[in-house]
Ligand binder design. Sequence first.
Ligand code: KG4
Ligand code: ZN
Length: 351
Amino acid sequence: MFAGVEEGMNKDTLILALETSCDETSAAVLSGKHRVLSNIIASQIPVHQKFGGVVPEIASRRHLEQIIPVVDTALAEAGVALQDLDAVAVTYGPGLVGALLVGVAQAKALAYALKKPLIGVHHLLGHIYANLLEHPDLKLPALCLVVSGGHTSLVHWQSHEQLSILGATRDDAAGEAFDKIARSLGLGYPGGPVIEKAARTGNREAIAFPRAWLEEGSLDFSFSGLKSAVLNYLHNAKQRGEEISVPDVSASFQEAVVEVLVEKTINAATAHGLETIALAGGVAANQRLREQLTATAESHGLKVIWPSLVYCTDNAAMIACAAYYRYQLGDFAGLDLNAVPYLPLDKALSS
Ligand code: KG4
Ligand code: ZN
């Protein structure tokens, strides 16, 4: 066992976590299981906006410039010195390899210099554990709908040592569909928030876009057919010289995504006898999804929780929260920890 771990059990554990998997450079200090002392996020969104999506090379370079100032600010805001830390945690996958490497190298250097344990965290485990920051007394098992830019999965969250995947997307992730449709509508990047905003004044029933239910009882998702249907609709309207209502297209598209996410999530919860549903990932920020899921869940006697907006999209506080439970289990990484760009979610608890 590393020096410091035994003492760490007697006081609130202080964990510094880093997150650099995509386009946010983030560092957070967590005290105990849920007290966020700082959560600094240097967003690169404005840098990538003019390209309509994240440019991996630019993201890596930006992370490199930002990582040290972001860590320094996180420690200063928390009022914590490096020597006070009990562990250093970092997202090691999945994500953009060059971006992940910046966080992993920085975390390894800190852990080595401080002689403190290093904790490698699966990015999506971080999204799932974001729920425990504000609901630290959540009783497991629960169902978690993980909906981000790269993933759409239904997770049976059995315990801090076990989770299993009940269903996942067979093609595009829900967030990816939001991003692609927003780009085709000329709304910019990231797509989720702009589509949600445009949808507020649109008619959800204006256009009957398809819902992919897949085989009877399937908990998998597919969003590529919906994406193609929206793109065809836009193309045909343009060919015919018809005016497109951006609010109507946005509202009808969003409704098609939300309806499938809600129905499959409720089916998964009832089939597996899970009474609490947690939402995770960037798309969990979507108000329509929250509203519809809550209303449907209530009618089935189920409860829904979600993280605050700042903990839905990428941030290091969620990584620190997941790391806290890895710390309690003594699940530490070696200094040979590497960035893993493709890392299945079912490997999240077996690093
Ligand atoms: O979790 P996240 O920050 O990064 C990944 O791990 O992928 O999720 C980013 C995704 C993007 O696709 C973005 O368009 C989507 O989350 N998103 C939303 C909303 N806010 C972010 N999708 C729908 N509605 C939103 N309000
Ligand atoms: Zn994410």
